[in-house]
Write a protein that binds this ligand. Sequence first.
Ligand code: ZN
Length: 144
Amino acid sequence: MKIEHIGIATPKIEDALAFWRDALGLTVVHTEEVAEQGVRVAMLPVGEPRVELLEPTHAGSPVAKFLEKRGAGIHHIAVRVDDIRASLARLKRQGARLIDEEPRVGAEGCLVAFVHPSASGGVLLELVEHAHGSQQAVNGEKKS
Ligand code: ZN
C-alpha cells in the first residue's frame, strides 16, 4: 500500500492555489470535475503522493457539508491498493464501517471507496485502485 493522495477541502481551488502552487511551489498536473461527487479536484504531486484540492460544485455535496461543519482543511487520506474489492471484503470481515460497500468510479477513472471515520478513529479513508492502462501523470509511476 502507498499513500495515494491527501484530500483537502477548500471553498475555492483558485484561492487554495495561491498557497499550494504559488507560495509552496507545487505544480497542478490534473484538474477534473467529478459530477457524481459534486466536486471539482486539482491534483498537485508532492513526490509520488499528491495533494488533492476539493472544491464543492453545489451546496448539498459532501464536501460542501464538510466545509459547513468543519471548515477548510484535511478532508480525507487516500491509500492505494491493488485490489479494492479484496480490501473492502477484508475491512468488512474485520467489522469496519464502510461508506461504499461497492467501489465507484472516481477521478481519472480510478475505482474508489470510502471507509467511515468511525472505523479508523476519526479519519475519512479513501481506497483507490488505479484503472489498468490509464494514463498516469505521476513521475516514474509504474503501472501494474
Ligand atoms: Zn480523494
